[in-house]
Design a protein around this ligand. Structure first.
Ligand code: ZN
Length: 442
């Protein structure tokens, strides 16, 4: 076993090099154009002995499935998942060109340096390093699944792959994005392990009135004015909590009382002003008005005015809870309002206690003995949910451990200018993936 032991320092140079290469493929989605990046990864892992296959809904946007079969097929399949597309970048706002992969000040700069070409590179280098050294799973299989099209919903990426080719990507354990950098609370370091993603339930609210000439305001019945109390009611605030077991376990792990969530959040705020901003959405339905419209003419009093509300619901809960929380928050402001769903996408979660969590905790105990792993939920969506929906027994977590770049340093850079990663964290993360493969597959 010791022959396959690889350190963060061993893995860092190659992970850095691969990430630079990946950043230099412009895979801004839309349109994505992920083919060259995916083919580069295919050649890289095939060279080390992985069996590879490209599966594509459209030729320019393939997905890579690479398999390292074990000595015995009778065992679990572990998937390292990653997407190679990115959101856009406005080069003028950056200190380094977003497709340069520049190394400066100890960081690797570029779009995708955090979300999530870095994790793809770390997963690939870990797996390739083991394979090159002759390692094969004792039982089961290790798969790398690198997909296109995460940033716009996976219609030709993970969603397509799990719906059209479930047999190629079926797995027992999956590690994806969703949590990465540690945070400190009262001097204790915590690593989030993302156990689930919230569902998306979007509303369109319409107020009705009577049209009229804008020059005589009392002539009509202005629908737009009726949205004022509605918008005010949706200012950030609590509409009560709908916690999942993972969210309650997080509160407890942070030293707060999960049976009194308002008090727990207040206490957490006193200990760390920024942490509740991230933690509170894990515990509750969030209701955020984002788009509105009314009259199409400046001189016409609108007979209709609409407001769209982006609503995120903890995994396991659905439309009824979203609607109940919306009505509760609106109160009297809901009178006369037409309420309809425009989108309903359930969230999914994996149990927060599992063999995969045990393995993560064992790795962390060796890599960063003073730190603790804690379950977290992703307020947004990720490809993990498509896999959980396709394979109900799957344990899927988001975990891309950093040691140096903290949560409050990296989170503001995701989807933003100057996205960059501390290069020491590339080796650190890669050493986790290598250790995990050996831990779960032998
Ligand atoms: Zn991502």
């Amino acid at each position: 076993m010791a022959a396959y032991s690889v350190s963060a320092a061993d893995l860092q140079p190659e992970t850095t090099e691969l990430l630079q290469r990946l950043v230099r493929f412009n895979t801004v989605n839309p349109p994505g154009n992920e083919r060259e990046a995916i083919e580069h990864l295919q050649a890289y892992v095939a060279d080390a002995g992985f069996e590879t296959e490209l599966l594509a809904a459209t030729p320019e946007r393939p997905n890579l499935v690479a398999t390292l079969a074990g000595h015995s097929a009778d065992g679990p399949t572990l998937v390292f998942l990653g997407h190679v597309d990115t959101v856009l970048a406005a080069a003028a706002d950056w200190q380094h060109d977003p497709w340069s992969g520049d190394l400066a000040d100890g960081f690797l700069w570029g779009r995708g340096a955090l979300d999530m070409k870095s994790q793809v590179a770390a997963e690939a280098v870990a797996a390739v390093t083991l394979a090159r050294a002759g390692w094969r799973p004792v039982r089961g299989a290790l798969k790398l699944v690198f997909v296109s099209d995460e940033e716009t919903g996976g219609a030709v990426g993970a969603r397509w792959l799990t719906e059209q080719h479930p047999d190629r990507v079926r797995c027992d354990y999956l590690v994806n994005e969703g949590a990465a950098s540690p945070f400190e609370l009262d001097g204790q370091r915590y690593y989030g392990v993302c156990c689930g993603e919230k569902g998306i339930y979007r509303f369109r609210l319409t107020a009705h009135g009577t049209a009229g000439h804008a020059s005589m305001p009392r002539l009509g019945d202005n629908a737009l004015l009726k949205l004022a109390p509605v918008i005010e009611a949706l200012a950030p605030g609590s509409s009560g909590y709908d916690p999942t077991p993972a969210a309650l376990a997080l509160i407890e792990a942070l030293g707060e009382d999960p049976s009194d969530l308002p008090a727990a959040i207040a206490s957490l705020r006193a200990r760390h002003s920024a942490l509740p901003v991230i933690v509170e959405p894990m515990l509750a339905v969030t209701l955020t008005p984002t788009m509105a419209g009314a009259s199409e003419k400046i001189n016409v009093i609108p007979a209709r005015a609409w407001l769209k509300v982006d609503t995120r619901v903890p995994p396991g809960l659905g439309a009824e809870v979203a609607l109940a929380r919306l009505r509760e928050r609106l109160g009297a402001a809901a009178a006369g309002l037409e309420i309809e769903f425009t989108e309903q996408v359930p969230g999914y979660a994996s149990p927060h206690r599992s063999e995969l969590m045990d393995a993560i905790e064992r790795w962390l105990a060796a890599a960063d003995p003073d730190a603790r792993a804690v379950p977290v939920l992703l307020p947004g969506y990720s490809d993990s949910s498509y896999f959980r929906a396709a394979f109900p027994d799957l344990i899927a977590y988001g975990f891309f451990p950093h040691r140096h770049q903290t949560l409050f340093e990296s989170a503001p850079l995701v989807h933003n200018a100057d996205e960059r990663i501390d290069v020491r964290d590339l080796g650190y993360a890669a050493s986790f993936y290598a250790a995990l493969a050996r831990e779960l597959l032998g």
